[in-house]
Each structure stands twice: as structure tokens, then as C-alpha cells.
Design a protein around this ligand. Structure first.
Ligand SMILES: O=C(O)CNC(=O)[C@H](CS)NC(=O)CCC(=O)C(=O)O
Length: 278
């Protein structure tokens, strides 16, 4: 008989401009999650690397079959755990661009799925910096969901969170049960919007949401909001890492009967809003 609940973990970390140091941190977190009985660990956007200056990320970008991703595949295999690697700097179609790629690796170390961030962070943060992710990143086009031992995963990255249509499609067209939102939110926007947007996505899609976050100071210019969260389909926060904690994991049990009961009792999927609104 299939188990009715299965454990997941989400990690928080402070990536820097040092691939080996970040890999060492990820290895430790992966081992901790496996020891806690988790079947999937979600790492934040830019887990492998956060540059200290413009152009650093382009320099380290590699294809998915390159040595960096292979190291993470080995880590998944050795620990016997699935990994969600949000926001890998995948080499793009020319030397000036990368792709911000969310990679799902299974417990044998095989890449099962890849999603390239669709919505790029071209934003003038009020009281903060101007970001132009599109200046060095190629946007993805495809919506991606994939089956896993912890349920059907809907993939996204960071700023995608602000586009609810993506999550509506993941839930209602692609049948996602768990939405993954790896991120490196800014201090300012994270403080104002992070938790509210994540809980809204969980409630309006009736999915679990796992949001692994970068936290703390990466370099002189950059600091992330933190506050890794796991949220259930009712909108309750079931796992949380405080912003002040720079590195660690939180675990939660995915209860499939909760997904079913929330969806049965509040039957929004049975209503086609287009019939009523247009
Ligand atoms: O560039 C990297 O190293 C990794 N990528 C990021 O940090 C990305 C793009 S710059 N950040 C976001 O999307 C923040 C979104 C955000 O903070 C919001 O929507 O408010």
C-alpha cells in the first residue's frame, strides 16, 4: 500500500562566489535531509554560485552535462535523495547569456526534468537597486511539471512567483500537487511580499508550496531575504527557517489526503471562471 504521507525538506543557505564552498554547504544539507528521512531536498536559486560582480555568473555557466551539475548528480545518488536545484547557471546559446534553470535530479543521480525561468527580474526595487536579469539571461518558454515520489512537482524560479497565471496552469493544466519556488528574493521585496505571495499561491492552487531561499549577505552588494517556507494546501506554514538563520533545513510531511480533502471541500477546479467573467 502506498504511504499516505512522505517527507520533504527545504534548505536555506548563503551562496558566495566560490563553487567549492557552496558545494560543501550543499553536501552537508543533503546529508542532513537524507538523515531526517526526506525523499526530496529543495535547494534555493543560485545554490551553486552567486557572483560578486557583473559577469561572474556568465563565466562559470556550464551545460547540464558539465562537471558542476555532475557533482550534484553524484551527491543525489550517494545520499539516495531527490534534489530540486532551483536556479542553476546553465550555459546559454551564446557566450553572453545563461539560462536560469531549475533542475530535478532523482535518487539515482539522473536528471529527470529541467525548467528555465520564464519571468526575468528586470526591476527597479523601490529603495534598492535596479536589476536587469534579461541582460545576461535567456528566458525559458515551457511550463514544466514532473512526477516524483513526493507527488507531482510544478517547477518555477523566484520572480516567477509574481505571475499567478503560471501556477494556475501548473495546477489546472499540468496537475501539479507541489509547487516549487526556489528563490533569492531581495531584502526589501522579500520583507514586504514573500510570505504573502507564497501562501496565496498555495491557497489558490490547493497545492503544497516549497520555497527554498537564499539568506543573508553574499557579498558587499547583495543580501537576500531568507525565510525558507513549506506551506500546505490550506495555506498553513508547516516548515519555516527564520531569516536570521543563514544555513539549515526544515522538514515537513506531504499529506496527500490533505490535498484531496481541501480540493474536494472547496471545489474550485469544477468551476470554469472564464464562463462567468467574459
Ligand atoms: O542573479 C543571480 O545570481 C540569481 N538570480 C536572482 O537572484 C534573481 C534574478 S536577479 N532574483 C530574483 O528573481 C529576485 C526576485 C525578487 O526579489 C522579487 O520578485 O521581489
Amino acid at each position: 500500500m502506498a504511504a499516505s504521507s512522505v517527507r520533504v525538506a527545504a534548505a536555506q543557505m548563503t551562496s558566495i562566489n566560490d563553487l567549492a564552498a557552496n558545494f560543501a554547504t550543499c553536501s552537508r544539507l543533503v546529508k542532513e535531509a537524507a538523515a531526517a528521512g526526506a525523499k526530496l531536498l529543495c535547494l534555493p536559486e543560485s545554490f551553486a554560485f552567486i557572483g560578486a560582480k557583473d559577469g561572474d555568473s556568465i563565466k562559470i555557466a556550464e551545460p547540464l552535462d558539465g562537471p558542476i551539475m555532475q557533482q550534484y548528480c553524484s551527491l543525489a545518488r550517494e545520499s539516495g535523495i531527490w534534489l530540486s536545484l532551483g536556479g542553476f547557471q546553465e550555459r546559454g546559446s551564446d557566450d553572453a547569456h545563461l539560462r536560469n534553470t531549475h533542475v530535478i535530479i532523482d535518487d539515482s543521480g539522473n536528471i529527470r526534468s529541467t525548467y528555465r525561468k520564464i519571468f526575468l527580474f528586470d526591476v527597479d526595487v523601490p529603495g534598492g537597486r535596479v536589476y536587469k536579469e534579461s541582460s545576461f539571461t535567456e528566458a525559458g518558454k515551457d511550463i514544466v511539471a514532473v512526477d516524483s515520489p513526493v507527488g507531482r512537482l510544478g517547477l518555477s524560479v523566484c520572480y516567477d512567483l509574481r505571475f499567478p497565471e503560471l501556477y494556475q496552469q501548473l495546477r489546472f493544466q499540468h496537475e501539479a500537487q507541489i509547487l516549487l519556488v526556489p528563490a533569492a528574493f531581495t531584502k526589501i521585496t522579500g520583507h514586504a511580499h514573500w510570505e504573502i505571495l507564497l501562501r496565496a499561491r498555495a491557497i489558490e492552487t490547493q497545492c503544497f508550496v516549497i520555497a527554498a531561499a537564499q539568506a543573508g549577505k553574499h557579498n558587499d552588494k547583495r543580501e537576500s531575504h531568507g525565510e525558507t517556507l513549506i506551506i500546505d494546501p490550506w495555506g498553513t506554514v508547516v516548515g519555516r527557517l527564520p531569516d536570521r538563520l543563514s544555513t539549515g533545513i526544515t522538514v515537513a510531511d506531504i499529506d496527500f489526503s490533505l490535498i484531496d480533502s481541501v480540493r474536494a471541500k472547496i471545489p474550485i477546479a469544477q468551476v470554469n471562471p472564464v464562463e462567468f467573467l467574459f
